[in-house]
Design a binder for this molecule. Structure first.
Ligand code: BGC
Length: 380
C-alpha cells in the first residue's frame, strides 16, 4: 500500500474516530434515518456577516431547521478562508450529520469535504458551488446566469436602449460604461459576469456602449471578497484615469449592492448626482435595504432580488432528505459542473427590481416593510 494512500486513510480514520467520540449523531451519517430530529445536528457554514444577505440566509436556515426540531450549529467565517476551514473541520469532529456550506473560496475546502465524506456526512453547497471536489452532494442556488442577464438588461433599460418589455428603446447612445465583477474565487462570479456580458456584447460590438477604460477582462474588473471599499477605490481610479477629459460615465455594471454603493460613493465624491452631472445607471444584486432606499430615491437604478427565504427552504428540504436517506429533489442536473462532477442542483428564479417594483416584489411579499425602505435600514 502506498504511503500517500495510507496518509489519506489515516486522516479519514481520524475524522471517523473523532466524530465517533463526540456522541450525539457523530459520524452517524450512515444511520440517521432512525434518529429523532432532536438527535441530529446540521452544521451551517456562512461566509460573512458584513453583507445582510448572509445574515438573513443563516438565520432563515437555522430557524427553519430548529422549527423542525433539529439542532443547528451556525458559524460565520468573517470572509477568512482558514477560519471557514477550521469551522467546518470542527463541525465534522463535533458530529454534524449534514453540512450546509456557503464557501468563501469555492476551491479551498477539499480536505474538509474529504473528511466529511469519510464520516458519511452529506454536504450541501449553499448558493456558491464548491469546486474541485467529488464530495459535494447537492447544490441549492438561484439561476446565476440569469442574474447576470438581468443585470446587463437592467443597464440597457436604464440607459434607454431597451424597454422593460425587451423591445428597442428610443435612446441612441453612444454611452460610456464601466464594468465590475465579483470575487473570482466565487464560482457565481463567472455566471453573473458571463450572463451580463453576453447581454451587453452586441451593443459593445455595435459601438453603442463604450468601455472607456478598456478594462473588460474578468481579472481587470473583479472585486476581491466583493468588498465595497475595493469597488469604491477602483471607481475612483477609473474616474481619474479615464474621465479627466470632461467625458462622463453613463452606466456601471455592478454585480452586488455593496459594490454598487461603493461605486455610487466614488461618483458622488466626484460631483456626480449634483447639478447637471447626472449619476450613471448603476445595477446591483441582493435587494439590500440600503440599496432599496437608494433605488427608491432614484440614486441606484436597480437590483436583482433573490429570495433567501426560499433558498433556505430548499436547503432545509435537501438536508432533511439526506437525513431520511433519500435523494433531494433536483431541478437541474446539467449546469453546475464543479470541475470534478456535475452537482445536482435546485435553482430558484430571480427578479429584477426597479423603483416601480419595490412595493409588489419586496414590500407585499414581506421581505422589507415600507418603513424599512424609507429608513434604508432593517428593523431587527
Ligand atoms: C451571491 C450573491 C452575493 C455575493 C456577495 C454571491 O455568491 O450569490 O448573492 O451578492 O456572493 O456576497
Amino acid at each position: 500500500m502506498s504511503r500517500k494512500f495510507l496518509v489519506a486513510l489515516g486522516s479519514a480514520a481520524l475524522a471517523l474516530s473523532l466524530a465517533a467520540c463526540s456522541g450525539g449523531g457523530a459520524g452517524s451519517g450512515g444511520d440517521t434515518g432512525d434518529k429523532k430530529p432532536g438527535d441530529l445536528t446540521i452544521g451551517v457554514s456562512m461566509p460573512t456577516q458584513t453583507s445582510e444577505r448572509w445574515i438573513a440566509d443563516g438565520n432563515a436556515v437555522k430557524s427553519k431547521l430548529e422549527a423542525k426540531g433539529y439542532k443547528v450549529d451556525l458559524q460565520y467565517a468573517g470572509d477568512d478562508i482558514p477560519t471557514q476551514s477550521q469551522q467546518v473541520d470542527q463541525m465534522i469532529t463535533q458530529g454534524a450529520d449534514v453540512l450546509v456550506i456557503a464557501a468563501i473560496d469555492g476551491t479551498a475546502l477539499s480536505s474538509q469535504l474529504q473528511a466529511a465524506a469519510a464520516a458519511k456526512i452529506p454536504v450541501i453547497s449553499y448558493d456558491r458551488l464548491i469546486r474541485g471536489s467529488k464530495d459535494v452532494d447537492f447544490y441549492v442556488s438561484f439561476d446565476n446566469y440569469k442574474v447576470g442577464v438581468a443585470q446587463g438588461t437592467a443597464l440597457l433599460v436604464g440607459l434607454g436602449l431597451l424597454n422593460k418589455d425587451g423591445s428597442k428603446g428610443t435612446a441612441k447612445g453612444p454611452f460610456n460604461i464601466e464594468l465590475f465583477a465579483g470575487s473570482l474565487d466565487d464560482n457565481n462570479t463567472q455566471y453573473f459576469f458571463g450572463g451580463a456580458m453576453d447581454t451587453l456584447k452586441p451593443f459593445v460590438d455595435a459601438g453603442t456602449l463604450k468601455v472607456k477604460s478598456k478594462q473588460t477582462t474578468p481579472e481587470q474588473v473583479a472585486t476581491l471578497r466583493w468588498q465595497q471599499e475595493t469597488a469604491q477605490k477602483r471607481m475612483e481610479n477609473l474616474l481619474t484615469s479615464s474621465y479627466n477629459d470632461g467625458s462622463k460615465v453613463d452606466g456601471v455594471l455592478s454585480p452586488y449592492d455593496g459594490i454598487s454603493r461603493g461605486i455610487i460613493t466614488a461618483l458622488q465624491n466626484a460631483g456626480y448626482g449634483s447639478g447637471a452631472k447626472k449619476l450613471p445607471v448603476v445595477t446591483g444584486q441582493d435587494a439590500e435595504i440600503a440599496s432599496i432606499k437608494l433605488i427608491n430615491d432614484g440614486v441606484q437604478n436597480s437590483t436583482v432580488f433573490k429570495d433567501t427565504r426560499l433558498l433556505a427552504d430548499q436547503a432545509v428540504n435537501a438536508a432533511e432528505a439526506f437525513l431520511q436517506k433519500k435523494e433531494p429533489q433536483a431541478n437541474d442536473t446539467k449546469t453546475y459542473n464543479n470541475g470534478v462532477k456535475v452537482v445536482p442542483a435546485y435553482l430558484l428564479p430571480i427578479a429584477t427590481v426597479y423603483k416601480d417594483d419595490i412595493k409588489a416584489t419586496l414590500i407585499d411579499s414581506g421581505y422589507w416593510t415600507a418603513e424599512e425602505v424609507a429608513a434604508g435600514q432593517a428593523k431587527k
